[in-house]
Design a protein around this ligand. Structure first.
Ligand code: PRT
Ligand code: MG
Length: 214
């Protein structure tokens, strides 16, 4: 395709990316929250938006099925950002990757005693690296969502998950005890597209950069 394809996930990333795209004169002509369309034309006839799962955005951009995308740093850290140009921290969809435990569980003591902790998470690679660096022995249990349930149901001693307001942890009587990394969303660009479509992509990147964090 000669035009530009932008991969976005529904929800917070879509909502928070809209004002940034508007700065580049790009406004989707339909709302993906209400439309079932997965390819959405925009006010610029050389630009379209494709709606993907948040974890799939890097894949679309890596293979060039999308030229540009937006992905959480959590997704890029967990699945790798190989072959992706990451020119901009968009400072949107901000949160923190944390270790959380049930209130009352003496984590420090368990760690001191060298106990093997069961940790449930969607982020196996990030968690493995975190605990290895601290010398904490863990058995990692892969989940695809609702990590907060795992300690309550007796599946795990702790979880690794994203926290923004903290209200999900609180509602489930969990407390965050270790900060792993600050998360925000990044602009990702296909490297070949960056060269071949430079005169279309550069102005979009410049327009977005000029409004990030405003
Ligand atoms: O939801 P779905 O299964 O389709 O996919 P997804 O969860 O990967 O997508 P989405 O849209 O929910 O998240 C997209 C990106 O938003 C993530 O990759 C993060 O980079 C970013 N982000 C920012 C968050 C949060 N804040 C966040 N709070 N992603 C998830 N959460 C969840 C968190 O996992 C926990 O369950 O919200 C809950 C905690 O929120 P608080 O406010 O109660 O602390
Ligand atoms: Mg989600």
């Amino acid at each position: 395709m000669d035009g530009i394809t932008i991969a976005l996930s529904k929800g917070r990333i879509y909502e928070e990316t809209l004002p940034l795209l508007a700065a580049a004169g790009i406004e989707p002509l339909e709302n993906p929250e209400t439309s079932r369309k997965l390819i959405i034309p925009t006010t610029r006839d050389d630009v379209r938006v494709v709606i993907v799962r948040a974890t799939d955005a890097p894949t679309y951009v890596q293979y060039g099925a999308a030229d540009i995308g937006v992905a959480g740093k959590d997704v890029l850290l967990e699945h790798g950002g190989d072959g992706l140009y990451q020119p901009l921290d968009l400072k949107i969809a901000k949160c923190r990757m944390m270790v959380a435990i049930p209130a009352g569980f003496d984590y420090q003591n368990a760690v001191r005693q060298g106990a093997r902790l069961k940790v449930a998470t969607k982020y196996i690679n990030i968690a493995r690296e975190h605990f290895a660096a601290k010398g904490v022995h863990v058995d990692l249990i892969k989940l695809y969502g609702s990590m907060e349930l795992a300690p309550l149901a007796g599946l795990a001693d702790a979880i690794v998950d994203l926290v923004s307001t903290g209200s999900t942890l609180k509602a489930n009587n969990l407390v965050a005890i270790e900060h792993i990394v600050d998360i925000s969303s990044r602009l990702i660009v296909n490297q070949a597209a960056l060269k071949l479509k430079r005169e279309r992509i550069d102005p979009i990147l410049d327009a977005i950069a000029s409004v990030v964090g405003k």
